[in-house]
Design a protein around this ligand. Sequence first.
Ligand code: UDP
Length: 309
Amino acid sequence: MKTILVAGGCGFIGSNLCLQLLNDNNKVICVDNLYSSKIENIKLCMTNKNFTYINHNIIEPLHINDTIDEIYHLACPASPPIYQKDPIYTLKTNFIGTMNLLELAKIKNAKILLASTSEIYGEPQVSPQPETYRGNVNTIGIRSCYDEGKRIAETLFMDYHKQYKVQTHIVRIFNTYGPNMNKNDGRVVTNFISQILTNKPITLYGDGSQTRSFQYIDDLLNGMIKLMKSNYIYPVNIGNPNEITIKKLASILLELTNSDLKCIYKPLPLDDPTNRNPDIQLAKTILNWEPRVELKTGLIKTIRYLKNC
Ligand code: UDP
């Protein structure tokens, strides 16, 4: 039985990961300060004797008495309106918080995995985006606190590996959706479903022609756990290459809910990337991983979850 620390374990991805790791018969220590997450997300985990929750902000050093075998670093607000609310906090979480977790990994001789992001590619000029693409990021825009924060976190991971031999892993996560998303997080999947469920018009930002590639949470968890088990230290994209326009996402959700709500157009937020599509060849080759859940199947499960929230 391994002891695994999940920083950001009450968030959307973190809470699903905690449950999966418990089901795989591990001891899980969940660390979260509930800045952008909810304690209700770990309700099911709380009933498991192998689960511990610690309310802690990773910007402060973290002292744990137990041995730790693995650390998943998911602690960071990830939805644009929330990470932009206090950009300095987002930056501190990604720099100081990441260093604190790397220090813990160094002391405990634990493997550590960073939840990085497709955002590090910025406004991509190649499609699909392979891990070798270095990105096109605005250093001073409204998304920079997150994009550049995750870039420095990747740099810290590589340098802790080179300088201190910490066993690091970096996953670049593309847009992910599923149960435990916060219905008020302002992201497109939750906004559209919440609007449909409350009979409000669907808000398309810009003309809706921008693209994203949506993966279901279970596929992501599978990829992250495989990467943690591997010896691969360089960044790996984990995402679903099924690229669609945001307008198309709206029409799929309307179809799935038999809804005839209207779309209204709102200004495109600054620096909103025009496209995102993961090149997943590397994950296929080194992890024998590829996404399995069809978009409609995953969306139906997400609608069901949000209906009961
Ligand atoms: N978006 C939209 N309507 C909404 C919320 C988002 O059209 O109510 C668009 C947003 O402008 C972006 C895409 O959907 O182009 C994905 O946005 P999200 O905030 O989910 O994540 P991002 O990939 O931008 O980080």
